[in-house]
Design a protein around this ligand. Structure first.
Ligand code: BG6
Length: 369
């Protein structure tokens, strides 16, 4: 049942091309327009939406943070991301024009369920992005958009994360199409780009030898930092979460722009720092800005473990290691950039002799508040 792999997590990392491909399946008609029949909310109601709030926990919340950048850009709707347990008790501003999107692999996380119930009581429209048919959260929601990642057994989420980003992107593109803004036509081109992602993950998974070696060398590491910007910021958070969950190492993700406002004080000789570099064509020169962050921390002795696109030579002079990901449009990069971080955490956990699939103190779905 582990498909020839040693652990469920390793299998699930390799399931990712299929998880993304299956989640994309059947979302467009012959003309290439998005169709979301399963959504069961009228187009009129969806057109009236003036705000989105994503509620989720853990990895699912990071998928929501990634989606915020894309949905705001495409659909021109404000998107907030709330940790489900904070949302419920924070007196959130919600009405019938608010679309509350919950994201949950299991569909049973109590914190997320309570947030959805609260949103329902306040009259919001609720959509569940969920991987488990017939689970509680979709049942309690007005509508559901299933991710088709297949069963995820390892406690630490991998393929569900990629499928959640994919589904949230489909929702964002659908809203863009429906609202008919300047991005309505762009939606089809993004769908085409998304369809190329599974092949690129496949290719990326063949390049992981050096990442495995790095993890094996680093079994004694006590702290690892992660920096990212724009959609790379939640990827940094997710990379850190994977290390905490799997290898019990102190790990923190930061927004790269925040470095000079505090975290740079943490940098001393030998401190390992993963940096998720934006695609070179990311607007507002974010690529250049992150490259200078790498330069700054390298000058202070950091070991810079740089995740950069193929062909990006600007990072080379400041990188202790360069991990290459295939080229793709800037907003789709999280679907690739997170993969080496998953593989790194898996192998560091293995190198420490830990139980990859069942980390201590964690459960696959937490059904208490
Ligand atoms: C945590 C799990 O308890 O719940 C995480 O350890 C997961 O891996 C989070 O991301 C949310 O779970 P779900 O099922 O709601 O996506």
């Amino acid at each position: 049942e582990k498909g020839g792999y040693d652990t469920f997590m390793e299998k699930e990392i390799h399931d990712q091309p299929q998880a993304v491909a299956d989640t994309l399946l059947g979302r467009t008609d012959e003309s290439g327009a998005l169709v979301l029949d399963e959504l069961r909310i009228s187009e009129e109601q969806l057109r009236a939406v003036d705000k989105i709030i994503v509620v989720a926990c853990g990895t699912a919340a990071y998928a929501g943070m990634v989606a915020k950048y894309a949905i705001e850009h495409w659909a021109r709707l404000p998107v907030e991301v709330a940790l489900a347990h904070e949302f419920r008790y924070a007196d959130p501003v919600v009405d019938e024009r608010t679309l509350v999107v919950s994201i949950s692999q299991s569909g049973e996380t109590m914190d997320t369920l309570m947030a959805v119930k609260h949103a329902n009581e306040m009259g919001a429209l609720t959509v569940s992005i969920c991987n488990t048919h017939g689970s509680t959260i979709p049942r309690e929601s007005d509508a559901v958009l299933y991710t088709h990642a297949g069963p995820e057994i390892a406690v630490a989420s991998t393929k569900a994360f990629l499928a959640q980003i994919t589904a949230a992107y489909i929702l964002g593109l659908y809203l863009a199409q429906l609202r008919g803004g300047s991005y309505a036509e762009g939606a089809q081109a993004v769908m085409r780009d998304l369809h190329e992602i599974p092949g690129k993950i496949e290719e990326l998974l063949t390049r992981m030898d050096r990442v495995v070696e790095m993890a094996n060398f680093m079994a004694d590491t006590r702290s690892v930092l992660f920096l990212g910007r724009n959609v790379g910021f939640p990827v940094a958070m997710e990379g850190a979460l994977k290390l905490k969950e799997l290898a019990y190492i102190h790990a923190e993700g930061f927004a790269a722009g925040e470095l000079k406002h505090g975290p740079i004080a943490l940098i001393d000789a030998g401190q390992p720092v993963f940096v998720i570099v934006p695609a070179p064509d990311t607007p507002h020169e974010l690529h250049k800005k992150v490259v200078s962050n790498i330069q700054e921390i390298r000058a202070r002795g950091a070991r810079t473990l740089v995740i950069a696109h193929d062909g990006d030579e600007d990072v080379v002079p400041f990188a202790s290691e360069v991990i290459r990901i295939p080229q793709c449009p800037p907003l789709l990069a999280p679907l690739l950039a997170v993969v080496p971080l998953q593989v790194f955490a898996l192998h560091l956990s293995t190198a420490k002799g830990l139980d990859v699939d069942q980390p201590r103190n964690l459960a696959k779905s937490v059904t208490v508040e």
